[in-house]
Write a protein of this length. Sequence first.
Length: 152
Amino acid sequence: MRKRGIILYLSCLCGFLVVSSVCAQEEDPAASFRKLRAGLARSRVPAEDIRSNSAALRSMLARGANRDDLVTAVVQLYRKGIFGGAMNTSINYMDELIAAGVPSGESAGVVLQGIDRGMAQGFKCGDQALMNEVRRAVREKEQSLDKSKNSE
């Protein structure tokens, strides 16, 4: 009986430690956004693109998106030549997917895949056809989410 009590006590203690470490890792959303903005600035993403997308980036962070995933995604967009309105649209699509429950890294992958498909067809940053490819990739992901929810 005493052995069971010790095991129960240790199990509860371990559970408490896990929960407290997870809670300690949560960060203030404003601080998280400042770190995200600093990471983007270090990667030379234009300040105007950071500023114009701040609402969507904050929204994704508030929904639990991984800050490092967001930095990586925005930097990849910029390196692919996506900026201005095309970047705004791409980031809004990521936000839409995250709102639907898609993890941040996966939502970035869907958007980047759409951009890659569009660029493979010869579309450029300012082309509406490029954003149509991104929209198509996002809709395909949303449809696959709907199918998986309906099959449960």
